[in-house]
Design a protein around this ligand. Structure first.
Ligand SMILES: [Cu+2]
Length: 166
């Protein structure tokens, strides 16, 4: 029980940090596209839910064309891999591993899905929406039929729902 207090406090701190990063990113995105949003990769052994134990934070980001994301902490078992089924045609795939920091620039409007190669099966996935793309229904269908574990599919569905309500 003793460990509950610090971990929940820590989680609140993380949430607060994300909120700041999110708002700062949104503000900067319109004013100055040169300052990228940062996405961390978290391993949280105190978490009781598998999808929170390994996660991108934030795991849902809206960008304007030309914006960048900086992925932190692609180390040990965490990686950042584009999901071919959830990726705009003609955009080069992304594959980041063994790098403390790596940036990705998004020039084309669309839906971009990412998974951690090791933890995607536990739901460590991320959705980036660039611009105001159409075709959310199609993306939902793709999520339902693509080859993926149940938790990965559930993760993308949850993120798409979040997008629908944003
Ligand atoms: Cu991972």
């Amino acid at each position: 029980m003793i460990s509950d207090t610090p971990s929940s406090t820590r989680r609140q701190v993380l949430k607060a940090a994300v909120a700041v990063a999110c708002c700062a990113g949104a503000k900067i995105g319109t004013a100055d596209a040169a300052v990228p949003t940062t996405v961390d990769q978290i391993t949280d052994p105190t978490s009781t839910a598998a999808r929170n134990m390994f996660r991108f934070e934030p795991d849902f980001v809206k960008l304007q064309p030309g914006d960048e994301l900086v992925f932190l902490n692609s180390r040990s078992h965490h990686t950042v891999h584009s999901v071919p089924e959830l990726w705009p045609d003609g955009v080069p795939a992304v594959s980041i591993a063994h790098q403390p920091e790596a940036s990705v620039r998004f020039d084309r409007e669309g839906y971009y899905g990412f998974r951690c190669q090791r933890h995607g099966q536990y739901g460590m996935v991320m959705l980036v929406v660039v611009g105001r793309p159409s075709g959310a229904d199609k993306v939902r269908k793709v999520i339902n039929i693509m080859k993926a574990k149940k938790r990965e599919r559930a993760g993308f569905t949850r993120l798409l729902d979040q997008h629908d309500h944003s």
